[in-house]
Design a protein around this ligand. Structure first.
Ligand SMILES: [Zn+2]
Length: 321
């Protein structure tokens, strides 16, 4: 654990929070765009009453992603782990292990993460799984103020999310690009299509065309397991991963991109074999007929290969767009 770098991270986060506070003040207004967006999502666009029945009956996902995944089916040739200086490859191959130079959350950060995650999960439970995939940061805050089932995000929770979002994650051992610039960036609903029976969305254009062609060529036993993810969605997945990684935030970042660094926000998507459950998020997916056929097609590229330089485990299910 490196506490000095932690403190540095917190200081830079605090500076960024100034701009966030300004943004936050604008959230109170009901803009026509906000109203239109909520009508599209089937969500309330004026102040709902807490006793109103929730209007967001939502289909359940066939799979939830980002949950704790067992380390199984790993057939890779492993680099030996040395206590002294584990190699880069040893780390991404043994992604679920802990290493001496990993970064852990402090006790107060753990408490703040738990508190914030609880509220984010309440947003998800209130607006439904599908809507949650595309809910923006601003909208989540507004829902917090509108529903007692969520409750208002506190200044400390907002600041914690800002720190996570703008953190220099190379300190964790994650080297992937920053994909989303601003905490408040959001997904335009007119740019995405909901994929039936999955609860997930894909961007129209290349991602949707690629997915449709893939299903045409492989068959309908291959299915979308995670598509477009908003900033809020990635917070939820990442924080869950940090919890299941015993608050070792480096370990979490080896199997889930930290907020702002997921290519799901710009077009990448995950696929799996129908009925294969959470095994779809293990190396076992690479042993399926669906994977074999997908790779044989020649036009599918896997973003996180066994030798990727992003600091991420092998993800045979993650399609690069
Ligand atoms: Zn993915």
């Amino acid at each position: 654990m490196d506490r000095r770098r932690f403190i540095k991270g917190i200081l830079s986060g605090a500076m960024i929070s100034l701009s966030g506070t300004v943004l936050y003040r604008h959230f109170g207004r009901q803009t026509p765009e906000w109203i239109e967006r909520n009508i599209t999502l089937g969500l309330p666009h004026s102040h709902p009453h807490d006793h109103d029945p929730l209007p967001f009956a939502d289909e359940q996902p066939i799979l939830e992603d980002g949950a704790s995944q067992p380390v199984i089916g790993n057939e890779l040739e492993l680099d030996p782990i040395s206590d002294e200086q584990p190699s880069y490859l040893a780390k991404i191959q043994n992604f679920d292990a802990s290493f001496n130079d990993d970064v852990w959350l402090t006790e107060s950060e753990k408490a703040m993460l738990n508190q914030t995650l609880k509220r984010i999960n309440s947003v998800k439970n209130t607006i439904g799984f599908g809507n949650f995939n595309v809910v923006s940061f601003d909208e989540a805050l507004r829902y917090g103020r509108s529903f007692s089932s969520i409750g208002e995000f506190t200044a400390a929770e907002i600041e914690f999310m800002e720190q996570l979002f703008y953190d220099d994650v190379s300190r964790l051992g994650f080297f992937g690009s920053r994909v989303t610039e601003n905490l408040t960036d959001r997904i335009k609903l007119s740019d995405v299509d909901k994929i039936p029976r999955t609860g997930h969305y894909l961007y129209k254009g290349d991602p949707l065309n690629l997915y449709n062609k893939l299903r045409e060529d492989v068959g309908d036993t291959i299915i979308l397991t995670s598509g477009v993810r908003s900033v809020m969605k990635q917070f939820q997945l990442f924080m869950n991963k940090v919890v299941s990684s015993d608050y070792n935030i480096s370990r979490a970042s080896r199997s889930l991109a930290p907020p702002a660094h997921t290519f799901h926000s710009v077009g990448d998507f995950d696929v799996g074999k129908v009925g294969f459950g959470l095994d779809n998020f293990t190396n076992r997916f690479a042993e399926t007929e669906e994977y074999r056929r997908m790779i044989e097609l020649g036009y599918i590229e896997i973003r996180y290969t066994t030798t990727n330089r992003d600091g991420v485990r092998y993800e045979p299910w993650h399609v690069r767009v």
